[in-house]
Design a protein around this ligand. Structure first.
Ligand code: GDP
Ligand code: CA
Length: 348
């Protein structure tokens, strides 16, 4: 059994940890032995103090490796800030981006390996030897990609500056993934998307996490284009695809993902987000309490028999809830994927 997920940072990591726990507790030996691959967004990556930083990969790696700062959702627990305060004393920035001392160890080692010529996917493997996330972690690409944000006031800033420094308070008008058009998928990425027994889209940021990897349907100006070949691999491949809405009752759960949707003129609703992937989803999960009246409807733009909307509890309030959510998504995908039950998503 091969299961693939396309993930960003915190939402993706919590869902993946839930998936891992759901599989480990399953009475079905095939599920207990399932190989999970996470294709992770690298569009948030940045270079700071000469160090290459890959926030979404690290969030997934630390969370699955049991080392994450649980309340914060990212970074390592038991951190100190000695190096950061020394850098601040020199007046060298950016002071708004938190780098803990232990976390810096990861960034130094990663940068050293990249300078020696190792591709990012190999670097991630090496880092995972320590953290043992219990799944195959793949960066979407070995080539650097950086999301830049066009702001309504005319500036263009790195995604991290908009997100972390400005807290998305200045409206954005579009996103540009520098390097994405020329990037190739990392080894194993297209196969993991096309040939899995189930592909799950966790409730990650629909624009700057999932959208960076897969692009978006609907031709929204300013939307990410997606990693070349990734969307086609998913749409035309044999894997059933089930997505989980990051929007419950018209609100994103944690953080500011609604500011990304607003930049594209996409409504922050469960259906609005689902329709960004209507062409490749077999089913789309919305919240049973907040969006329950959508149960049984179909996403606009879906191929006949695809894009079914199902209501389930979507709030990952604790680890058990995350495991139940991942289980519900997987069960839906496996039901769709039964021989003969899968309609074709490709346009005729
Ligand atoms: P980031 O890279 O750290 O921003 O994290 P992601 O891209 O993985 O995910 C952020 C998204 O996760 C946000 O849009 C949230 O709406 C969504 N999210 C966070 N917690 C939950 C939850 O408990 N349930 C659901 N359905 N979505 C969640
Ligand atoms: Ca992210």
């Amino acid at each position: 059994m091969r299961i693939t997920a396309v993930a960003g940072g915190v939402g993706g990591a919590r869902f993946l940890r839930g998936l891992k726990e759901h599989l480990a507790a399953s009475p079905d030996p095939e599920l207990r032995g399932a190989q999970v691959t996470a294709v992770v967004n690298t569009g948030d990556d940045a270079t700071m103090h000469g160090l290459r930083i890959t926030p979404d990969l690290d969030t997934v790696m630390y969370t699955l490796g049991g080392a994450v700062h649980e309340e914060q959702g990212w970074g390592l627990r038991d951190e100190s800030r000695v190096v950061s305060s020394e850098l601040a004393a020199y007046g060298t920035g950016p002071g708004w981006f938190t780098l803990g001392d232990r976390d810096l160890g990861t960034h130094v080692f990663r940068t050293q390996m990249l300078r020696e010529g190792l591709p990012l996917s190999r670097v991630v493997e090496r880092l995972c030897e320590r953290w043992q996330p219990g799944l195959r972690l793949l960066p979407m690409s070995d080539q650097p990609v950086e999301t830049h944000v066009h702001l309504a006031d005319g500036r263009t800033v790195h995604f991290q500056e908009w997100w972390v420094r400005l807290r998305a308070s200045v409206p954005a008008t579009g996103f540009e993934q520098v390097g994405l058009e020329a990037a190739t998928p990392a080894p194993g990425v297209l196969e993991a998307l096309a040939d899995a027994d189930a592909v799950l889209l966790p409730p990650s940021n629909p624009v700057v996490s999932v959208g960076t990897v897969l692009g978006l349907a609907g031709g929204h100006p300013g939307a990410p284009l997606g990693l070349p070949g990734a969307r086609e691999a998913l749409r035309d491949g044999g894997a059933p695809v089930v997505g989980v809405s990051p929007v419950l009752g018209g609100r994103v759960v944690r953080g500011m993902a609604d500011a990304c949707l607003a930049a594209l003129g996409v409504p922050a609703t469960a259906l609005g987000v689902g329709e960004l992937h209507a062409d490749l989803l077999d089913a789309w999960l919305v919240d049973d309490a907040a969006d329950g009246d959508l149960d049984g409807t179909t996403l606009r733009g879906a191929a006949p028999g695809c894009g079914r909307v199902l209501a389930r509890p979507l709030l990952m309030s604790d680890r058990a809830a995350a495991a139940a959510l991942a289980g519900a998504a997987l069960e839906t995908a496996l039901a769709v994927g039964r021989p003969g039950s899968r309609p074709t998503r490709s346009p005729a």
